[in-house]
Design a binder for this molecule. Structure first.
Ligand code: C6P
Length: 410
């Protein structure tokens, strides 16, 4: 089992005061903090090994290439892909989803075809499909939500012979819901569609096995799982990637360049044009080592324990509404809420005065926020280095916030 008090010592940033209060960082859905182990690897890379990859024969270039490609193998193992050819380094989830829409989507989608997403998607899993549908005259359809979860009856009704792509978040960044990807994959495959999974909020928190999930594409971000910003991964099944055109062109990704035409390198490099985020990839590898040492099963179990600890305390606050499933056993450690009629920005500002960092706004999920019929929400999102004391501090700060506003003193 996880000892969060011990693990948090790996995160120097957590030991500071904000507004004269010890920092309680509960904005892990936006980005997580980085442990010393990852910071050390990044520093060592720049101090000892920095060089461009795949181009030089000198020692530093060989070291940088070795470590960059070693990270790809770590990612492969982390998501249980069959081969490293299926692991593409990207800037993050957003880039991965855009690549699928642009490359696979442009090749496959025709006028009248259907793309199926859901009301709980992040903008990164909406707008690329809107743009694709617009380019091709296709139809973008939305699976509904029931009791804070994906409405599977709605999903079954909306999948037709015209459905070509189903793209769904594995875990919602607002509702704290885990979606049944395997079931959705079966549904998509039954009509010959592919399933794209937005894994931004699941890969950091639970074991991922892309083969077991039977997904065709899976995108996630390094910065939400203790890695650096600007690095992410797109997994794609080899048969699909082989037949896809690169989205970006330039150095690194070519085999031969003639005057009027060019040929591409083999997978995965044909998708990685230009100098990649070498340090980012190596840092992500270090983050994977760090998470593996703790154990993804342990992380998942501990976060569940935290949710079950804090949920009833939040539910007991009069006037506090939690969105998503009401049973903590069905809720991830992302908890979106509103307090009375207070604007969530005011709530987040008041919490910040107590040192508690939460996010407020539409969480890049405007269609969902409209669906919930609220202007915005506050959101606390926990990670394995958060303690029960952090949860208590959140609850205390919410009571104080309530009191301040009712007294008109803030
Ligand atoms: N959500 C949040 O606070 P990028 O920005 O590419 O690393 O990840 C985009 C993204 C895609 N899908 C989901 C489900 C996400 O949660 C995110 C990022 C952050 O909720 C920042 S908006």
């Amino acid at each position: 089992m996880i000892d969060a008090h011990k693990l948090r010592k790996d995160f120097p940033i957590l030991f500071q005061e904000v507004n004269d209060e010890p920092l309680v960082y509960l904005d892990n859905g936006a980005t997580t903090q980085k442990p010393k182990q990852v910071l050390d690897v990044l520093r060592a890379y720049y101090e000892h090994d920095n060089a461009n990859v795949h181009r030089g024969v000198h020692t530093l270039a060989e070291r940088a290439t070795r470590d960059y490609e070693a990270s790809r193998e770590k990612v492969r193992q982390f998501i249980h892909a069959k081969e490293t050819a299926e692991v593409l380094f990207t800037r993050g989830t957003t880039t991965g989803l855009n690549w699928v829409a642009k490359s696979y989507g442009d090749a496959v989608i025709e006028a009248g075809d259907e793309i199926l997403i859901s009301y709980m998607e992040h903008h990164s899993n909406i707008i690329p499909w809107q743009q694709l549908a617009r380019r091709k005259g296709a139809i973008l359809k939305y699976i509904g939500i029931k009791d804070g979860k994906l409405d599977m009856d709605s999903a079954r009704k909306q999948v037709t012979e015209k459905t070509k792509i189903v793209s769904i978040a594995h875990a919602s960044n607002v509702l704290g819901t885990i979606n049944p990807i395997k079931e959705l994959a079966e549904l998509a495959h039954s009509v010959g569609a592919v399933i794209v999974v937005d894994g931004a909020q699941s890969a950091p928190h639970t074991k991922i096995d892309v083969q077991e999930l039977d997904c065709d594409f899976f995108a996630f971000s390094g910065h939400k799982m203790c890695g650096p910003t600007g690095i992410g991964v797109l997994y794609g099944r080899r048969e699909l990637l082989e037949n896809m055109e690169p989205v970006e062109f330039g150095g690194e990704m070519i085999d031969f360049v003639y005057l009027q035409d060019s040929t591409w390198k083999e997978l995965p490099w044909k998708f990685e044009a230009g100098t990649p985020n070498i340090a980012g990839a190596i840092g992500l590898g270090a983050a994977i080592d760090y998470l593996n040492d703790i154990g993804l099963e342990n992380i998942h179990a501990y976060e569940q324990e935290l949710v079950e600890y804090v949920f009833p305390k939040l539910q007991a606050i009069e006037g506090l509404t939690i969105y998503g499933p009401q049973d903590p056993k069905e809720h991830t450690a992302v908890i979106a809420f509103n307090l009375d009629k207070l604007h969530p920005h005011d709530v987040a500002t008041a919490l910040d005065m107590e040192g508690v960092a939460v996010r407020a706004g539409h969480h890049c999920a405007q269609p969902l926020i409209d669906y919930l019929e609220v202007p915005a929400t506050a959101r606390a999102s926990f990670y394995f280095y958060n303690t029960k004391e952090d949860a208590d501090k959140l609850v205390d700060a919410l009571y104080k916030t309530k009191e301040f506003f009712s007294n008109g003193t803030i």
